[in-house]
Design a protein around this ligand. Sequence first.
Ligand code: ATP
Ligand code: MG
Length: 578
Amino acid sequence: MRASKMYWYTLREVPAEAEISSHILLLRGGYIRKLVSGVYGFMPLGKRTLRKVEQIVREEMDRTGAQEIGMSALQPAELWQESGRWGAYGPEMWRVKDRNGREFCLGPTHEEVFTDIVRQNVTSYRQLPVNLYQIQTKYRDEARPRFGLIRSREFIMKDDYSFDRDEEGLDKSYKDMYQAYSNVFDRCGLTYRAVEADSGAIGGNNSHEFCALSDVGEEEIIYCESCSMAATAERAAFKDMAAETEAEKALEKVSTPGTKTIADVCKFLGLPQEKSIKAPLFVVQADANEDPKYVAAFIRGDRQLNMCKLVNALNVPEYAVEFADESKMSALTGCVGGFTGPMGLKNCTIVVDSELVGLKNACAGANEENFHYVNVNYGRDYKGDIVTDLKLLQAGDECPCCGSKVKSARGIEVGQVFKLGTKYSEPMNLTFLDENQQSHPVVMGCYGIGVTRTMAAIVEQHHDENGIIWPVSVAPYHVVIELIKPGDEAQEKLAVKIEEELERAGLEVVLDDRDERPGVKFKDADLLGFPIRINVGKKAGEGIVEYKLRRESEITELPFEEAIIKAIELVNKEKFGK
Ligand code: ATP
Ligand code: MG
């Protein structure tokens, strides 16, 4: 490819909303262009890298025996009604109507569609297992699209669905996918961690997320260096403190004027925060036509509430839960802003963190302005409608598995694998007959990779202040040949010769024949991030060129034949990953 002919335009003025390196560099380098918030188009270089990431994913999926199909993004509402998710999915789903008023969505995911496809043919154990996937455009009307390809409203996902006759079969499918995902991310040059994860709206109870480590990642990972515990912070279990053995003292109401925060009240009463109970309040409303429901969560004063655990305990969609305005709910529930406690609350669901059951003689709000109770004890003084772990595990807390102190890191979720079980096959009636003509629901798994997000994560991990540094496996071109003086016969001849020989060996090459100053051309090459640069300049007549790797600062002068051999060797060694 000649640079002078390439449809390629860098962006000088990157919009302020581009805050992270991958977003800035992909825009600046002319890899992607924004159409509207959260919706991007791929320019020729961007499309080449995207295709390489897709191809890596495809090869690793195929290697497991999975087969590629292609389903539409447009999905009829009826399928989602069958699974019960039409109502549950919430405002992230793009809903559209046809001219007759029939409802559809632009698929955020495809469990229903794949379940429907398989139930049309599979009736017998002899036809199982089945494993199908697609690499396809997904739509999610994200509340906060940001970071370019990392959280967009239209994105490419590889989604795979496995269908087995039993849990044992699912275990194998899951293991195969887990391995394939590790291969994919290795080949993409990513440093990542596979961690235990929550199953979210997809459901099921066994899941891992693959997170590319990055300070700009939205996922918080908690891990332990003494054992193998590694989980998203949302998911990580928390070990309750041992139940206290002290005797329960008499309940007492005390005046605590102006003490609205846990810190204030504990200081005023001379108690450590571990002896206090705080009460974040929530309103739950999945649908504007429903009446709001109120929830009071109780947790030790020094702990952090884990929203994901609360949402799971309430068994409602995540989008339906918000912090409540205490003044709006006080007449109905009896709570008093800053002085809310578990005793005397009404008309709301009380969710109690499991640790409070063993906490003795704590202080808590009295639901009366300027008053608290002391010596509050679970069971005797209050009870929860739900009692469960609500705590957020944070760096420095005890590992729930081995008791060492855990650490935290940030990551970009590039893939997730789920064991679904019969969550979709049961309501959608995907069953098979076994050897004895007994009917059973098919046992399913689902497995997603954010292909466009993976491309951005690669840039996040592979760049410097000058631009992108693509791993060979996903680089849009392997080599850029810089023709230093276009029009110079010796230089042109040698540049073309090198281009031809590299291409003959299967390498992908850009010949930068633009009539620009060398400094400008080198800067562009650094921004774009091609792994190998060969400069053909003054010594072309003697067959001498300069050879430079994007990831190293050193430039070496050498005979062009050697440069060709070095480039071919490097690409062949790294094209399937380092
Ligand atoms: P997140 O928690 O980041 O919103 P998710 O858990 O909802 O993602 P999944 O349903 O597991 O996402 O989708 C599979 C994969 O698709 C994710 O692992 C991620 O890589 C990718 N993905 C999800 N949402 C987006 C998005 N808005 N933009 C780009 N990629 C996405
Ligand atoms: Mg996920």
